[in-house]
Design a protein around this ligand. Structure first.
Ligand SMILES: Cc1ncc(C[n+]2csc(CCOP(=O)(O)OP(=O)(O)O)c2C)c(N)n1
Length: 318
């Protein structure tokens, strides 16, 4: 009961947060790029939900929701997105490279897939220290055509690392359709070349993602090595807020909207005998209040002072 409702809360929170960030960006209240993950909520919720607090995640540009499910404070996340002094980087950066180490969230760099070898580094440390922890690295199907992905997968396979590669296959890398950048249908097939299993699931089916993650997490904690989980999904918005996504058809978008992960979950709640209408309304109010509060906190937070940009560039000499 509690878990059913908690999962629904996270799905709605991620959507509300993403949706608000897009609106704020349109109003000129957010500096920097915004890469909406609207439509992909079941992937981030499902991939993070079963992790423990000392497991690490390595999110990418479209994985704002992973921060929320990993327990990052929504107020601080919004402050980071708005470039405020109270954000994780003290206003030095946008969302894109944010990390929150005390929540086990690693920041990324701009080069696609560059965080995958870093995730392997973390997993190697877990293995050497015999810690039953896992590292979960997110990436798109586009990123899976870069060398970093292949080097990371090779290293993870050889050393049987406790790392889980979560591919969010939304069929487009910016405007490039999958068929123009890889000659196979499933990114999951790439895992076989490195000696571990690749699993394909619907990224719009929360329970399918959770089941795949449970299997992969248990395997990694047992010391039985990595897994690649490919979640087929779709982003409703363009690559970023300035992209009108004219490279895809309206019909295709409608087809995917009809497979919406949240509506699908609401159907599950109804089928299970919950008072779905009541839960939908109450959860809607709850997540709106959380996001309203986050916006209020971020907007009332101070801007960083100019000279602060020079702080934290070098390690303090011991
Ligand atoms: C090495 C590299 N090439 C190109 C880019 C520019 N770029 C940023 S996101 C993106 C699309 C990525 O597509 P995918 O990996 O499928 O993830 P998605 O955005 O669909 O979630 C591109 C081309 C980049 N950041 N790094």
């Amino acid at each position: 009961m509690e878990q059913d409702l908690e999962l629904y809360y996270y799905l709605r929170l991620v959507r509300e947060f993403e949706d608000r960030v897009s609106k704020l960006h349109h109003q000129g209240r957010i500096p920097g790029g915004v890469y909406s993950g609207l439509g992909q909520e079941a992937v981030v919720v499902g991939a993070v939900y079963r992790l423990k607090s000392d497991d690490f995640i390595f999110p990418l540009h479209r994985d704002l929701g992973a921060f929320l499910v990993k327990g990052v404070d929504p107020n601080l996340l919004m402050a980071q997105i708005m470039g405020k002094k109270t954000g994780f980087s003290g206003g030095r950066d946008s969302f894109l490279h944010a990390g929150v180490l005390d929540r086990g969230v690693f920041g990324s760099t701009s080069m696609l897939a560059s965080s995958l070898p870093v995730a392997c580094g973390a997993a190697l440390k877990f293995k050497i220290k015999k810690e039953p922890r896992v590292a979960v690295a997110f990436f798109g199907e586009g990123a899976s055509s870069r060398g970093d992905f292949h080097e990371a997968a090779n290293f993870a396979g050889i050393h049987k690392l406790p790392v889980i590669f979560v591919c969010e296959n939304n069929f487009y890398a910016f405007s490039t359709p999958q068929s123009m950048q890889m000659a196979i249908e499933d990114v999951a097939d790439r895992a076989a070349g490195y000696g571990f299993h690749g699993h394909v699931c619907s990224g719009n089916d929360l329970f399918a993602v959770i089941r795949a993650m449970e299997h992969a997490i248990n395997q990694a904690r047992r010391g039985d090595g990595p897994e690649l989980i490919e979640c087929k999904t779709y982003r409703y918005s363009g690559h970023s807020e300035h992209d009108m996504a004219s490279y895809r058809t309206k019909e295709e978008l409608i087809e995917w909207e009809s497979r919406d992960p949240i509506q699908r979950y609401e159907f599950f709640l109804e089928k299970k005998g919950y008072d779905a209408a009541k839960i939908i309304a109450e959860t809607g109010e709850k997540v709106k209040a959380v996001v309203d509060e986050a916006v209020k906190f971020a907007e009332s937070s101070p801007e960083p002072e100019g000279p602060e940009a020079m702080e934290g560039l070098y390690a303090t000499p011991v």
